[in-house]
Design a protein around this ligand. Sequence first.
Ligand code: F0G
Length: 459
Amino acid sequence: MKFPSEPFKIKVVEPIRRTTREERDRLLREAGYNLFKVPAESVYVDLLTDSGTSAMSDNQWAGLMLGDESYAGSRNFYHFEETVKSIFGYRYVIPTHQGRMAENLLFSTVVKPGMCVPNNIHFDTTRANVEHQGAEALDVVVKEAYDPHCDMPFKGNMDLVRLEDAINRVGRNRIPLVMITITNNSGGGQPVSMANIRATSELCRRYGIPLFFDACRFAENCFFIKEREPGYQTKSIADIARELFSYGDGCTMSAKKDGLVNIGGFLSLNNAEWVQGITNRLILVEGFPTYGGLAGRDLEAMARGLKEVLDEEYLEFRIGQVRYLGELLEQGGVPILKPVGGHAVYLNAKEFLPHIPQSQFPAQALCVALYREFGIRGVEIGTVMFGKKDPSTGRTIHPELEMVRLAIPRRVYTNMQITYVAESIIELFRTREAIHGLAMTYEAPVLRHFTARFEELPA
Ligand code: F0G
């Protein structure tokens, strides 16, 4: 195993507090066994998300001091705009405070009731924003994406046959745009190949449908292309990104991932008419077009982060650290989703806890146990997040995959802390029979995973 040693040294440290098992048990009861309700201060290694949790560089912190907080035309906006154009190549750049606002602005402008938006797999806020417009959010990823054992290099690829079927079934006029999520978060952080993106682009152009990217983890996707796709080994990440985005018409971006910032996002696109509608709505709900819900200093940090993320040494460490966790777990016999994706390792809860039926939320039970025993916080990506009630029978329809995502924040944890995580999970796997299922006692009508409450079932 090639050890991915850190390409940085630590200048500032943030102490983390150790808690006792008793304390964590009490916090879990108070939180209704929902890890979103546990105070972050009581978590030792927090793998809830890689979003907004990055450590900024000294260069980004220095940039904050150069924030120009003018209401209109801040110099940081121009730096940010120029940076986004140089990487993504689209004509217009609209800053937003995070990714879902970019989605909301785009979909509320171009999606109408009865329409359909295909995507490899919609992330939950993307799906919710499409459905909020009364449209269908259709997932058309290759079928291998749903097989946790299929070790395919580009498991985030679009299924072009299903995409074309959908276009013919729904009708070109009811598909305002097609999206590709890079990397495919809900499918395990799996990359999409350049060949698949090119072919999707050709299909979309044939039908006159715009192609957009959900670009949150674009640099990680480009790194996988460089590593795995013939013909890209000698190209720079910036060149790969430029080619990739040239196949589309725009993108939404949560810079909280590959922008290496704690807050920020944007929308970038070519269609001037769409931009007009989006800008009008932006001013109503978010802010003036040269700050979009952010401070000038945030725009500066984002501009600098977007350049830093293209650094290959950083990406080698980043992807390597995630892979390192996956390899340790595999060596310990722990069932994980294969291959390991760009930002997270996913535990296969169905195989980790075969004695807990899906109706008793095995992935959530695994999250609870991991926190109670070791102070590690992961996130459930399974029945709690994606389970749906059948409106006619009232019964829950369970998703195919039942997983716990261990998302690794960028540049935050040392490899020793990652080793601690691996050893803890291997230990938990040895004693897995002691873990029991849960019953849900409260659920909100949409995005229920954030606020759901549970009770532990007796042994
Ligand atoms: N698209 C993808 C693929 C995402 O992963 C996220 C966020 C968003 C859009 C929305 O961006 O949070 O800035 O509004 N994903 C986070 C996660 C929350 O934990 O995976 P946002």
